[in-house]
Design a protein around this ligand. Sequence first.
Ligand SMILES: [Zn+2]
Length: 167
Amino acid sequence: MEKTIWLGHAAFEMTLNNKKTLIDPRLTGNPKAPLKSADMSDVDYILVTHDHADHGLNDALKIAKRTNATFVSISELSKYASSKGVKNTVGMNIGGVMEADGLNFIMTYAVHSSRLGNPVGFVIKSARSSVYHPGNNALFGDMSIIGRLYHPRVFIVPLVVTTPWVQ
Ligand SMILES: [Zn+2]
């Protein structure tokens, strides 16, 4: 079964190809989170788009260490995770693709800021479905390329778009 569950704020749990992937799993201090990070189990991959606290880096580190999930992020952030004791890390760069378990994890551009490395988004593709989580982002035109290339069935939109002058 393929499904995407919102865990509050920018946190999502996706099951694609029978693998559980978390993205930006801020569960601590997240009033909408249905469970605590200590209760999260059977996690295969954790994607972190950038290191701002509201996107769950601390919870991601805790869950990855406890479950041995693979922590996937921009290179600088994965090195940080490794230095904090996460065993399985994959550092990528924008435009890179990690193939694993019949899934493609594609790292995409994000217009935002971060302390360690560039902020990013991800497209996660299985043979049957695909999800685009753009991380924290501003609206930019090249999102249309991501749509044309990867045809995401689900587009998660944690964007701030302030365009009162557009009609
Ligand atoms: Zn941010």
